[in-house]
Design a protein. Structure first.
Length: 311
C-alpha cells in the first residue's frame, strides 16, 4: 500500500530464526530475502508468531509456513482455529474491506496444518535455540492478541497493542518525550477499552527499553506512550458514546475522530497540513470508527439481553 505502513520482525539466534508478524502474502518474498541477509535459509526458521490473526499481521502465515518446512506457528488459542481454517476470518475481512479490495490486499489465505500449530497462552515461553521469548495475553485491540518479550533486547513486540506510530507524521518536539505521534487502533471487531488499559500496564512490568510496533517500528518512550494511549482510549470511548444515537453512527464517529486527531496533532507539534495527515490516517480512522460502532452495538445487545432476563 505504501512504505512504512506495516512491519514484521526477524529474531535470529545461533543459526535459528523466528518471525513475529508476517504481513500479507505480498510480504513473504521480502521476509525470505531478510533471511538471506543473515545467511539463513527457510529451513532455519523455527517459529512464526503472529501477534494476532488480523490479516495485515497473519495473512501471509500460510504461504510462509509452506516455504519454511520446519517452522511451527505459535499463536493465541483463540486465533489458532482461524489460521487452521481461515473461512470465517476471510468472510469477516471481506465484509470490512469489500471483495475487490480484499483480493487486492490479501489474495488467497492459505490454511495451516493443525499439527504445526502451537497454541500459546499467558506466560508461555518460546525457546528459540536458547533465547527465551516470553508471551503474555494482551486483549483490548483483539481478544486473541499476544505480546512477546525478548529479555536479551529488553523489548516487547507489541503488534497493535501499542497502537500506531507512522514515521511520515512529523513532530517538532513540542512534547520532549514525543518524537513520534502515537494513537490507538480500534479496528473491528473486538475493541475492549478496559482490557486494553490492563494490557498496557502489563508492558511496564519489565521496565522495557523500547517496544516494537507493527505499525510502525520502534518506540522508546514506553511509559509516556502508555499514558498517551490510555488517555486516547478513554477519549475514543467518550466519542463513541456521544455518537451513540446519531443517524449515521459510523460517519459521525469518524468525523469526531478526525477532529480529535487533528487537534491532538497540533498539540503535539505537527506542522503538516491537514490533507497530508489525513492521507496517511484516513483509512485507520475509518476502521477505528467501524470498530467503535461494533463495540457500541455489542454493548447494546448485552443490555437488551440483561433487560429481558430481569423481566
Amino acid at each position: 500500500m505504501r512504505p512504512q505502513l506495516a512491519c514484521s520482525y526477524l529474531i535470529h539466534h545461533q543459526g535459528k530464526a523466528a518471525f513475529i508478524d508476517c504481513g500479507t502474502n505480498h510480504s513473504v518474498d521480502r521476509l525470505l530475502a531478510a533471511l538471506q541477509q543473515f545467511n539463513l535459509s527457510p529451513e532455519d526458521v523455527d517459529f512464526i508468531i503472529p501477534s494476532h490473526v488480523h490479516l495485515d499481521h497473519a495473512g501471509g502465515a500460510g504461504r510462509l509456513m509452506q516455504l519454511c518446512p520446519k517452522a511451527q506457528l505459535a499463536v493465541h488459542p483463540l486465533g489458532a482455529p482461524h489460521l487452521i481454517n481461515p473461512k470465517r476470518l476471510v468472510e469477516s475481512a471481506r465484509s470490512v474491506y469489500g471483495s475487490a479490495l480484499f483480493t487486492k490486499l490479501y489474495d488467497e489465505i492459505v490454511p495451516i496444518d493443525q499439527e504445526r500449530v502451537i497454541p500459546i497462552t499467558h506466560d508461555s515461553i518460546i525457546n528459540l535455540n536458547g533465547r527465551w521469548l516470553r508471551v503474555i495475553d494482551s486483549p483490548g485491540h483483539a481478544r486473541h492478541h499476544i505480546c512477546i518479550y525478548d529479555a536479551l533486547s529488553r523489548a516487547w513486540f507489541v503488534g497493535d497493542t501499542f497502537g500506531l506510530s507512522y514515521p511520515d507524521i512529523t513532530l517538532n518536539g513540542k512534547h520532549a518525550w514525543a518524537q513520534q505521534y502515537l494513537m490507538p487502533t480500534t479496528t473491528p471487531v473486538q475493541f475492549d477499552p478496559i482490557a486494553w488499559q490492563q494490557s498496557l500496564q502489563k508492558l511496564l512490568s519489565t521496565a522495557p527499553e523500547q517496544v516494537f510496533l507493527a505499525h510502525f517500528s520502534a518506540f522508546k518512550n514506553v511509559a509516556n506512550g502508555v499514558l498517551k494511549l490510555q488517555t486516547d482510549i478513554q477519549a475514543y470511548v467518550h466519542i463513541a458514546e456521544a455518537c451513540r444515537s446519531t443517524q449515521n453512527r459510523v460517519a459521525s464517529i469518524e468525523d469526531s475522530l478526525i477532529n480529535h486527531t487533528l487537534i491532538d496533532l497540533k498539540e503535539y507539534g505537527c506542522e503538516q497540513d491537514e490533507e497530508t495527515v489525513l492521507n496517511l490516517l484516513r483509512n485507520d480512522l475509518h476502521l477505528n470508527a467501524q470498530g467503535l460502532d461494533i463495540w457500541l452495538s455489542r454493548q447494546e445487545t448485552t443490555q437488551q439481553i440483561q433487560a429481558r432476563a430481569q423481566r
